[in-house]
Design a protein around this ligand. Sequence first.
Ligand code: GUN
Length: 281
Amino acid sequence: MAIILNGKKLAAKIKENIKKDVESLKSQGIFPTICVIEVGDDPASKIYLRLKRKLAKEVGINERALHFPKEITQESLLNELKKLNKDPKVNGIMVQLPVPEHIDETKIFDTIDPIKDVDGFHPFNQGKLWQGKDNIVPATVRAIMTLIDEYNINVEGKNTLIIGRSTIVGKPAAAELLNRNATVTMAHSKTTNLSELTKAADIIVSDVGRPHLVTGNMVKDGVVIIDVGMNRENGHLMGDVEYNEIVPKASAITPVPGGVGPLTVASLMKQVVILTRMQND
Ligand code: GUN
């Protein structure tokens, strides 16, 4: 039977460490502050933002929340970001995605000052990641690596398949896993031979958002599954992989919920601490 990669338990441990980091910064008169921006009223975003707000409070990070109507122009939004870049009281800035269609999200990534880029989406930080200088890593990727490290999963030389090529998860996860000497393959919506690739994989990271994408007969014995998918079907939350079919074959697997998700929010707060320290060095 597979080891269940328990992100919920690990997130609680990380939370305690962040609390200590924040206390230490506060004892030096530094008050880490994240500004979280919501554009429009996406219901899923509201849930994530609530989780972020709750955790920030628990670890003692100041949270400033800004909400803009969905009609806000791209120019006005970018101007707001530029103001926050200049605000010395703000250490970290993030715009919750998705944003309305008339706003080009890459313009948001390009505008947030790299030293306040809690999400790690700025091209400078993404470039650093590909260089192997990975101080700032997108939160979901940090969450994946935290699980891999905690459970001593060896990635060096392993056939590692990433399904999904987003700027938020797939691409930076590829960079980080390459930095750790994994042999990385990327699959995406135009891939024609997915089951051939999954069968050859020692480790599968899936971030597609499609339930039942990877089934039991598509994986080999001993596979490690990191399921980043978060899908709702008939009121149930589930990942991209067919969990019940794969558990008997896998050596390790993340549950959904309770795997990568809880660690993502904790990773974001960790990143606020890292950026605050960098800004005060
Ligand atoms: N929406 C879903 N995941 C993320 C994330 O990691 N960062 C931001 N900013 N928005 C998201």
